[in-house]
Design a protein around this ligand. Structure first.
Ligand code: PGA
Length: 250
């Protein structure tokens, strides 16, 4: 179901004490937008975050997950482990995972399949690099990232998929896509879904924008027809900034 969503991607930030403090600050803020609010502390603090957010309306998601069930995979975290900690949503395909940890479309197929088979919801990230945009290849890149990792799925699986368009050149750079660039790509994403599946599916999937989204630009971006919310990095690490973004998602 299409929803307004604002998810904070904490990345490798906030130790245990800081996680507790940020959640306490977040709970002191009011969500006047009605948007679904998700935070993603590091693996080691997820269980704490689940108990600290109980009853607050703030959901806790993971930033990554193994494609395997269990066994000799040193350093990995499984879907079953996440679920047992009360985490039922996972970010997959973030550009930092693709760039620094070699995550390929083929690996992402496995991860997406595992998460969905385990009944989890997936926030699937994709987006072009600066060179690709300059070469006017951004639509092709996005279409192939989506189709390579998701188009083997049955239409019904998309009820547990949230899409996050994150142009790599806008992540952590302070440079945001303009609201028109975001809208243009989000409309293209829905058309790509409609062509493969159908128009109903295309209009029922939540599509988030990510990349230097902050209180000062969020309202303009979220006002666009095909933008349902955001995946927020830097601005999710301070409660007032994060809620500034959340409350811009009217
Ligand atoms: P940013 O990160 O908001 O700091 O650009 C977004 C993301 O990487 O998800």
């Amino acid at each position: 179901m299409r929803q307004k969503i604002v998810a904070g991607n904490w990345k490798m930030n906030k130790n245990l004490v800081e996680t507790k403090a940020l959640i306490s600050d977040l709970k002191a803020q009011a969500n006047t937008s009605g948007a679904r609010v998700i935070i993603t502390p590091s693996f080691v603090n997820l269980a704490l975050a689940v108990s600290e957010t109980e009853g607050s309306g703030i959901e806790v998601a993971a930033q990554n997950m193994s494609q395997h069930d269990s066994g000799a995979y040193t350093g990995e975290v499984s879907a079953a482990m996440l679920k047992s900690a009360g985490v039922n949503v996972v970010i997959l395909g973030h550009s930092e995972r693709r760039a620094y940890y070699g995550e390929t479309d083929a690996l992402l197929v496995e991860k997406v399949n595992k998460a969905l088979a385990e009944g989890m919801e997936v926030i699937f990230c994709f987006g072009e690099e600066l060179e690709e945009r300059k070469a006017n290849k951004h639509f092709d890149v996005v279409a192939s990232q989506i189709s390579n990792a998701l188009f083997h799925l049955e239409a019904s699986a998309f009820k547990n998929v949230i899409l996050a368009y994150e142009p790599v050149w806008a992540i952590g750079t302070g440079e945001t896509a303009s609201s028109d660039q975001a809208q243009e790509m989000h409309a293209f994403i829905r058309k790509t879904l409609a062509d493969k599946y159908n128009a109903d599916l295309a209009s029922s999937v939540s599509v988030l924008y990510g990349g230097s989204c902050k209180p000062s630009n969020a309202e303009e971006i979220f006002s666009k027809e095909d933008v349902d919310g955001g995946l927020i990095g830097g601005a999710s690490l301070k409660a007032v900034d994060f809620f500034g973004v959340i409350n811009a998602n009217k």
